[in-house]
Design a protein around this ligand. Sequence first.
Ligand SMILES: *[C@@H]1O[C@H](CO)[C@@H](O)[C@H](O)[C@H]1NC(C)=O
Ligand SMILES: *[C@@H]1O[C@H](CO)[C@@H](O)[C@H](O)[C@H]1NC(C)=O
Length: 380
Amino acid sequence: MTVHKLLWLMPSLIFPLLTHAASKCSDITLSVTASSHADDIVLPNLNPKNPNFVDDLLNAGVGDVGRVWPLIPVGDTFNISAIFCEPKVYNEANAVQLLAHGATYNKLYWTGLGLPEDQAMPYDWTRFATDKGYAALAIDRIGSGNSSHPDPLLDIQTSLEAEVLHQIVLQLRNGKIGKRFSKVAYVGHSMGSLIGMRSTQLHPQDYDAVILTGWSANFVENFPKILAANLLPAAIALPHRFADYNPLYLALTIRKFVRDAFYGPDGSFDPKIEEYNFNNRDAVGTGELVSILAGTTKTTYAGPVHIIDGEFDAAFCSPGPKCVRGPNTAPGNTAPLFPNAQKFSYSLIPNTGHCLNLHHSADKTFQSAHDFLHENLENA
Ligand SMILES: *[C@@H]1O[C@H](CO)[C@@H](O)[C@H](O)[C@H]1NC(C)=O
Ligand SMILES: *[C@@H]1O[C@H](CO)[C@@H](O)[C@H](O)[C@H]1NC(C)=O
């Protein structure tokens, strides 16, 4: 162990509760200009007046035949709302983690849902990261939280979101956000992992390490359709929060569905967290669901990759109901999507569902991610 690392460890051993207080988080807004084209997806003839419009749209996005969506150029200057946390003392990687949440969530997924600190602590990824000497930037993806809400069908798609990530990476490396970072680790959850996959396809050199949580190449059959059946325009479902949203921003409507889709068995999470999560759920742009499959194809990314799934992930442990280790089952069977990766590894977190950070096991997820980063960034 180097002297530097010893010095960094000592205060956290002696004053475990004081060191985090000394790290600092701030709410920031980034201005990001990005452009792409709407993903090359297949849509049938759609009639927004049809009551099944949302279903039809989403079914189209997961592969039914229809006409090809034209390659419409999309892009703009967006406000990206983010929480930026810096450690008291950086570790030798001098790295920042770029954290991207899943659909119907926002940046607060990474900070214990924004609950008061004593309640949020066990679920706070950013706190764990800064305690290990990493900076963390948790963003509201476009269309979520307090970031810009552009066209929910054409703009909120994986390709444009991936270009937004690329611009944020450039800002991190150029010293526009905190210090000039020499290493950037991508950390996605669920839809954030799918968009991360897309970003490694478009910009394979952007990241020094990639962690994809709540993700595999295998959607549980019918999951997108079940999801679709539980969505309504957010302006109708949650008018007190989203009255002015374009009707193609959608919100989940049935608590039981959200609980079963996103959480593990009873006892694996605190029901108060699940309730708070449901009451504070965010909206999702339709285009994100339609372009979802762009994040399940091969990438030329050549750095290390680590996947972390709850063993009871209802969305990605296909064929289910559990993820099991092995080369022919999710997530081990995802390795062929990374033919150039320097390393591919994965962990399954016991007694845990899709939204890993919100379970009693959250610290095991955080530890798995940071063991991987320690091995691949701090000694490299
Ligand atoms: C967005 O801003 C409002 C007002 O400042 C705040 O209450 C809310 O928690 C923010 N949401 C997110 C996801 O940051
Ligand atoms: C970004 O934020 C600024 C300042 O609040 C605001 O004037 C501008 O309209 C926002 N832009 C978008 C695209 O939301």
